[in-house]
Design a protein around this ligand. Structure first.
Ligand SMILES: NC(=O)c1ccc[n+]([C@@H]2O[C@H](COP(=O)([O-])OP(=O)(O)OC[C@H]3O[C@@H](n4cnc5c(N)ncnc54)[C@H](O)[C@@H]3O)[C@@H](O)[C@H]2O)c1
Ligand SMILES: N[C@@H](CCC=O)C(=O)O
Length: 543
């Protein structure tokens, strides 16, 4: 047990390396990429103290060079999910009884390993496996994950410090118990930081976890697991399995010990999971915590008083960084007619300069989309727009999957505000723009508010302060992360807690105290120092 009331090191954001020509980090990252490309690695599942291998091997390939094999992972089945649950439950008593400062030390050490000796390896795994360029990998798989770990340790202690008041002769305390059972972390392909945060946040609060990553992000998940082990996460606390989503769901959601899910991914998958949990609610020992951050149809709204160059830059970066595969990426925009020609000219100039290709060439701003299914879906949306009388491709529109899954940054101008790509999440480098008449600001805001089921991120650009005030109020429920004169992407842990409402998730704000509170069940303890020995109220006594 703790023998002091400890303060943890104050969390600060991990500085971003530039990887500019001539820097030592650029040379180191390029050497690491070369080394990792030259290997063919073997990736087991990690269950309890075992590295589990099967006869079912799947190849891991870079999305920008899909014929090159980086390694193979061992695909498991339902029996491995059950093994992982058993291992998590077996590890639970020791882990939940370990004094909190040791949990803190382990995850602070993981952050140091990521910011130091493992930085290049984790970045290179993300660049090769998920086709992120060096800058996008750096802000994700070096900085954001280190930030999640350090800030969460600090938030954990702030939660523990929150204690009730006590009256005379009484000491009231609250202890934050981990949940009874195990937590399921189900993680997406697009952010290594999210894949790392979803199992570690509940584990930090004393829970044990079954973690299933996306099949297209196994390479970086394996490096994360190596780091967690090196940092001292005990066997069985985080169990990593590679199985199909439905196979995992079938075992997990039928287990009486299922205590919560930490999910990030698409809205449809989350809604199905919620329904399954609801149908099985009688099977569980406690009400499972359901935390899910999901899809978006994130917007940029330009007021007629905004600056065209600023908006164009917001579109180029907000829509096309990491090929538009950020849940926060701008995928629809509303531009006033008076500014449209200027905005389009600036965007077209930007896109003419953007190079598309592999991540090993550091001059490529734009890389490949994650896999063939995604490529085909995006290519088909582009073809539909080309054929539709309600849409016009005004930039990009080319695609090619012969070497990698490359879709050029594409701008669709929608003739109708409810054209399909104004409403549905595509999750790729495609933005759809609706041009509105300058005197129809109010009507356009109504359309923006009602067009999609999502409310994740949104950005407004305006020069007039009265307009800014009006837009902030009018768009209150349209985004959980709202930006004024900035792109809608790039939230930083500790600065812009992240999550959305409506169809975009439970808005439990990843990397915040709100999120960590979902992984504990408080117990209130009242201790009386001198207990009464007479049951009678004073006023009942005779004179
Ligand atoms: N709101 C956020 O913070 C946030 C952040 C990142 C990504 N996202 C969203 O994630 C999506 C992109 O990620 P993705 O393609 O990996 O999402 P996805 O929903 O396809 O997959 C997420 C995870 O769920 C698993 N899965 C898929 N189908 C399943 C099923 N039927 N049963 C159980 N598990 C299943 C996948 O294998 C993966 O591990 C986008 O919709 C994006 O907006 C949201
Ligand atoms: N922190 C990231 C989250 C992206 C989700 O996929 C952003 O704000 O862009």
């Amino acid at each position: 047990m703790p023998k002091g009331i400890y303060n943890v090191p104050t969390a600060t954001n991990e500085p971003i390396f530039s990887y500019a020509p001539g820097t030592p980090e650029r040379a180191e990252l390029q050497a690491t990429l070369k080394q990792m490309r030259s290997e063919v690695i073997d990736v087991p599942m990690y269950i309890g103290n075992e590295e589990v291998r099967t006869d079912n091997l799947f190849a891991m390939t870079p999305p920008h060079d899909h014929k090159h094999v980086l390694g193979h992972y061992h695909q498991g089945g339902k029996e491995h999910v059950q093994m992982a649950i058993d291992a998590a439950l077996a590890a639970k008593p020791a882990w939940e009884n370990l004094a909190w400062e040791h949990r803190a030390s382990i995850f602070l050490k993981a952050a140091e390993l990521i910011s130091g000796p493992y930085r290049m390896k984790l970045n290179a795994a993300t660049m090769l496996g998920q086709s992120k360029n060096a800058f996008q990998a750096e802000i994700d798989s070096a900085c954001e994950i280190a930030d999640f770990l350090r800030f969460n340790v600090q938030y954990m202690t702030e939660i523990y410090k929150q204690q009730p008041m006590s009256s005379k002769g009484v000491w009231n305390r609250v202890e934050q118990r981990p949940l009874e059972g195990f937590i399921f972390a189900l993680t997406p392909f697009n952010f290594t930081a999210i894949a790392g945060n979803l199992p570690t946040a509940p584990a930090m609060m004393g829970n044990t976890v079954v973690w299933k990553p996306s099949k297209t992000a196994v390479y970086s998940a394996q490096v994360l697991m190596e780091i967690f082990k090196k940092a001292g996460v005990p066997d069985g606390v985080i169990n990593l399995v590679y199985v199909s989503g439905p196979a995992a769901a079938d075992v997990i959601f039928n287990s009486p010990d299922f205590a919560g899910i930490h999910f990030t991914g698409s809205t449809g998958v989350f809604q199905d999971i919620w329904k399954t949990i609801g149908n099985n609610i009688h099977k569980y020992k406690s009400y499972p915590r359901i935390v899910g951050e999901t899809g978006g149809k994130d917007y940029i709204f330009m007021h007629p008083t905004a600056d065209a160059k600023e908006v164009a830059t917001g579109i180029t970066r907000g829509a096309f960084e990491y090929q538009g595969q950020k849940c926060s990426a701008a995928s629809r925009a509303y531009i006033p007619a008076s500014k449209w020609d200027e905005v389009l000219k600036f965007v077209q100039e930007d896109l003419a300069k953007i190079k598309t290709g592999g991540t090993e060439d550091f001059t490529n701003f734009h890389n490949a989309v994650i896999d063939e299914t995604t490529f085909d879906k995006l290519a088909s949306a582009i073809d539909d727009a080309k054929a539709s009388p309600d849409a016009e491709i005004v930039a990009g529109g080319e695609y090619d999957k012969s070497v990698g899954y490359f879709i050029k940054p594409t701008v669709i101008q929608a003739k109708k505000a409810d054209y399909i790509t104004m409403e549905e999440e595509l999750f790729g480098p495609i933005i759809t723009i609706f041009v509105y008449e300058d005197d129809k600001v109010d009507e356009t805001l109504d359309i923006l508010d009602q067009t999609s089921i999502y409310a994740l991120t949104g950005a407004i650009f305006a020069g007039c302060r009265y307009a800014i005030e009006k837009l902030v109020k009018r768009l209150t429920h349209t985004a959980g992360n709202f930006y004024i004169n900035d792109k809608p992407t790039g939230a930083v842990v500790g600065q812009q807690p992240f999550g959305g409402g409506r169809g975009s998730g439970t808005n439990d704000k990843a990397g915040s105290m709100i999120n960590l509170l979902r992984w504990v069940s408080p117990r209130t303890i009242k201790e009386s120092f001198v207990p009464p020995v007479d049951y009678m109220y004073p006023n009942f006594k005779e004179d």
